[in-house]
Design a protein around this ligand. Sequence first.
Ligand SMILES: [Zn+2]
Length: 162
Amino acid sequence: MKQLEELERFRDAYDLVKERLRVSIVCALTGVTPHFVKSMWQDVHGELSKRGQLPTSVHVFIKDPSTAAHLSGFVAYCKSKHPDLRSAIAARPLLDAIREYRWLSGTDIDITTAYYAVRDVAANIVEWRYCRGCDVNHLYSIRRYSMRGCPFCRLTVTKKAA
Ligand SMILES: [Zn+2]
């Protein structure tokens, strides 16, 4: 049994690397060593994995309402599958959710960014706020201008103005 579990961890790491999830997160989610994940990355992508510090939160990635809307959609999808969002923060649930959400939404959402969005909502680093206008929840944070309002409302306004 132990060997099967090992195999599964390596298969998860391989799939996460293929999706280009940052190495240290792959290690944290699978327990596979950084050394191994890095060499896996080189084999899969033919280049060295990205170095440098990881961002501290999802704020860094959200520069416009469109990204905020896509990530809010992804978190909502994860919440529908995992009412306790913490259980979505594991290798297989994350991989499944990202593939399904891409297929359903037709958007190419980045896995590292998506991981941060789910993790930060689960950890209350960003707020999961309800918008009465749209009748949906969205990522909300006072810390970043592009996260201070409902991204769906903003996109609707932009569309009307255009
Ligand atoms: Zn709204």
